[in-house]
Write a protein that binds this ligand. Structure first.
Ligand code: 7GP
Length: 835
């Protein structure tokens, strides 16, 4: 044997058994080695952070051979892969997830225990990567996990924001934002790949060159270049050998600094240019469902898309000497319109760099690309002013104009002389300032357009893009969202997981439809008691968090009634708050009234510029302050706003919930995914017929779901015929009284008119129809109370929810994307195969 043989995966792995071995001793050895060699510490001097780093590296080591082997397998088997382009990946903490998916969680507990350390505490050392705002980013993370678990070749492409979603503090009831410096402790999960850096062009101008043979080519010249450096994070499947890659791009200046400026003595300006380039990947825009018209945001989008397309083409050309088979090899999925510019960028690369004819390039682009819409809110539709676009990306704008010209010709053939229709369909919106409509570009450049729940997909066809649906009805389809049961049951609810596994064995974690087997135990008194005991334990865990932050421990016998999600008027946290106020007034008026005690728990961030949402946070906190301190109420009502809701806090809150609030105005919530997580963890839903609530109710049974409110078509009808909130306020003494109490300054004695804007909106406009839904909501909540008094009945509803929630695994969603949009087949990884 040569001292340094050929260095194959198999050989390296053999020589480093402590780095891949799976006994407690192997792991212990490996952790100690990393403490020593990676952290430069021994056990005596190690801090908890050092231990976290060491065990993370020891865990990562166990992924590396699977990771390399996955890449090689895909390459050699020419497996078609999906490239999921998303401006957000809200992945949450990695260590516990990787230990679980490797199947060594308990082993790691044991190894640390040998050294007097507790894994649970070490896990808390990991900062939660917040590289997303909410549902859209978290969905991307669930998809990446499911893709790996189902052994599909997949790459996630996004931005390595230096600062993720802001940290939220609550100061005197108001939201205060702080920068999220999530990399300050280093990140053991990422691997930079400097050798795969990509240059991205901005600004400059386009030069047409006519060649001797009469052909013309376009050249984007005098550009400013920014370098994209990829950072790779491994995504491991559940107890298999698949490790896919999440590749996030970080912006780096192409010149460290401008030497001529430096030599002229202007050191500040020389460094400033560098800082400007690198600002591209500096921070995540914290808007949820509202477009940000800033140039820097467009730069971010083009930056990560251009890097990703270059990477895709590079890898393809390494394997094939043609691009004709591109759509047989890759599927590109656009996660909303943030990466929609990929349509034009892929065209640019195919035409300008690969000299492919327009028609052929267009065929390839459309065949490769799919587009998912995530919201119907008009304010979320991205539009870029043409003058800005032209300055920043002149060549891309030219290509978009050409795409549009050819598209409008197609429209003309289908509907001659229908100029109004052309105006509606055009990628370019006319007006004092022209705008590029990114959703139009995405639809025109894709072979598939999908919504994220049945109702939502239907509304995409009938309300959002009816003209496009007229044009290409076959292009539109639905893919109802799902969540990964590994993180959202196995990891966050270990006791419930164990109780399930004990009865129906462990198959549910890879096939969630197996949960139906638990329905056999619906009437088993022992199982029911266990379900209740587990919920109580999870409530206790949540209560401890509340106690540590708020100084009181909620009554574990109270209903834990939870609404956690981004703050938005359409999600109607305010309706929940009105119910609390009405309940409070009822109790004050009738102290003997015998309603079940409740703990109302809120969590969620408001976009920093969204004043009304921030005022709602303040209202919830002011209401909490008054009610929690009212001696007449005792602990029959408590209200808590938990600050800085994020993935790791969700993992504690969701298993501790009795009631899940999913109360958006019908027709506004595209799907929701929190709704699925709660039902999966034994909470009952109070909800409207919106998004995936409809399908959840269908699955778990109407009798196991607290329904209220207008339906989407009723909302539309009422809006159409002139909605007047006063009509409802007059007829509802409870609602009137609650509004009067807020308006009186009762909750804001230091500033009695503080909540006047809230009351005015409800009395004058009530855009989201809280007034119309209030009485029915109150009725549904009363039913919740009645039901909670009968624990056996409640538990049987909980079990019906659990047993019928299988559809909402993201595994099911991903199987549908693979079969119906991407045309992918699984590519299992064999660690013994050598290439
Ligand atoms: C969200 C939708 O609001 C939510 O209903 C859905 O479950 C989730 O996407 C995943 O599909 N949308 C966003 O988070 C968002 O920012 C604007 O949409 C682009």
């Amino acid at each position: 044997r040569r001292p340094m043989a050929d260095g194959t995966i198999q050989e390296v792995v053999q020589n480093h058994s402590s780095r891949v071995g799976m006994t407690p001793e192997d792991l212990e050895q490996s952790v100690l080695e990393h403490l020593f060699y990676t952290c430069g510490k021994d056990l005596r001097s190690a801090t908890p952070l050092d231990v976290y780093r060491a065990i993370s590296h020891a865990t990562r080591d166990r992924l590396v051979h699977r990771w390399l082997q996955s890449k090689r397998t895909y390459f050699h088997h020419e497996a078609k892969r999906v490239c999921y382009l998303s401006a957000e990946f809200l992945i949450g903490r990695a260590l516990a997830q990787n230990l679980l998916n490797l199947g060594i969680y308990h082993l790691a507990e044991t190894s640390l225990d040998h050294r007097g350390l507790t894994l649970k505490d070490i896990l808390e050392e990991e900062l939660d990567p917040g590289l997303g705002n909410g549902g859209l980013g978290r969905l991307a993370a669930c998809f990446m996990e499911s893709l790996a678990t189902l052994q599909y070749p997949a790459y996630g492409y996004g931005i390595r924001y230096e600062f993720g979603i802001f940290d939220q503090e609550i100061a005197n009831g108001w939201q205060v934002e702080r920068g999220d410096d999530w990399l300050r402790r280093g990140n053991p999960w990422e691997v930079p790949r400097h050798e795969l850096s990509v240059g991205v062009n901005f600004y400059g101008r386009v030069e047409a060159r006519v060649h001797v043979d009469g052909t013309k080519s376009m050249h984007w010249v005098d550009t400013q270049t920014v370098i994209g450096v990829p950072y790779d994070t491994p995504i491991l499947g559940y107890q298999n050998n698949t490790v896919n890659t999440l590749r996030l791009w970080s912006a780096k200046a192409s010149k460290e600094f401008n030497f001529s400026v430096f030599n002229d003595g202007d050191y500040r300006r020389a460094v400033e240019e560098k800082a400007l380039s690198e600002s591209i990947s500096k921070v995540l825009y914290p808007n949820d469902e509202s477009a940000e018209g800033k140039e820097l945001r467009l730069k971010q989008q083009y930056f990560f898309v251009a890097c990703s397309i270059a990477d895709i083409i590079r890898r393809h050309k390494k394997r094939f000497d043609t691009l004709d088979n591109l759509p047989d090899q890759i599927a590109i999925q656009l996660n909303d319109t943030h990466p929609a510019i990929a349509v034009a960028e892929l065209m640019r690369v195919l035409i300008d760099e690969e000299s492919i004819a327009w028609e052929k390039a267009w065929e390839l682009t459309k065949a490769a690309t799919g587009f998912t819409n995530h919201t119907l809110l008009p304010e979320a539709l991205e539009k870029w002013p043409v003058p800005m676009f032209e300055r920043l990306l002149p060549r891309i704008l030219q290509i978009i104009y050409e795409i549009n010209r050819r598209f409008l010709l197609e429209v003309h053939v289908k509907w001659p002389n229908d100029d109004e229709r052309k105006r509606r369909l055009s990628i370019i919106e006319e007006g004092p300032v022209k705008h590029v409509r990114m959703a139009h570009l995405a639809v025109v450049g894709s072979h598939s357009v999908n919504g994220v729940a049945e109702l939502h997909s239907e509304l995409v066809c009938t309300q959002l893009m009816p003209d496009f649906h007229d044009m290409w009805p076959q292009r539109f389809n639905n893919k109802t969202n799902g969540v990964t049961p590994r993180r959202w049951l196995l990891q966050c609810n270990p006791d419930l997981s164990e109780a399930l596994t004990e009865r129906i064995s462990d198959g549910w974690a890879r096939d969630l439809s197996e949960l139906t087997k638990i329905l056999e135990y619906k009437d088993d008194t022992e199982f029911r008691a266990e379900v209740r005991a587990i919920k109580r334990k999870n409530k206790e865990r949540l209560a401890k968090v509340i106690e540590s932050r708020h100084g009181f421990k909620p009554n574990l016998d109270s209903i834990f009634d939870v609404q956690v999600k981004r703050l938005h008027e359409y999600k109607r946290q305010l309706l929940n708050c009105l119910h609390i106020i009405a309940l409070y007034q009822d109790m004050k008026e009738n102290p003997e009234s015998d309603r079940a005690p409740r703990t109302f728990i809120f969590g969620g961030k408001a976009a920093p510029g969204y004043m009304m949402a921030k005022l709602h946070i303040k209202l919830i906190n002011d209401v909490a302050d008054i009610i929690n301190h009212d001696p007449a109420i005792r602990d029959r009502i408590k209200v808590v706003f938990l600050s800085n809701y994020n993935v790791s806090l969700a993992e504690i809150i969701i298993p501790g919930a009795d009631i899940s609030e999913q109360i958006s105005m019908a027709g506004k919530e595209a799907s929701g995914t929190g709704n699925m997580k709660f039902a999966m963890n034994g909470a009952l839903t109070v909800g409207t017929l919106d998004g995936a609530n409809i399908e959840i109710r269908e699955e778990v049974g109407a009798e196991n779901f607290f329904l209220f409110g207008l339906k989407a078509d009723e909302v539309r009808g009422l809006k159409g015929s002139g909605y007047n909130p006063n009509h409802y306020i007059e007829r509802s003494p409870r609602l009137r009284r609650a509004l009067d109490l807020i308006a009186s300054g009762f909750f804001s004695p230091d500033d009695p008119s503080r909540f006047q804007p809230v009351v005015n909106e409800l009395r004058n406009l009530d855009t989201y129809m809280l007034c119309a839904d209030f009485d029915d909501y109150f009725r549904a909540q009363f039913e919740v109370d009645q039901c909670y008094r009968d624990p056996e009945n409640w538990t049987s509803k909980v079990i019906e929810n659990l047993g019928n929630i299988g559809k909402f695994s993201s595994d099911r969603t991903i199987e549908q994307y693979c079969k119906e949009i991407w045309n992918l087949t699984p590519c299992p990884i064999d660690l013994t195969e050598s290439f």
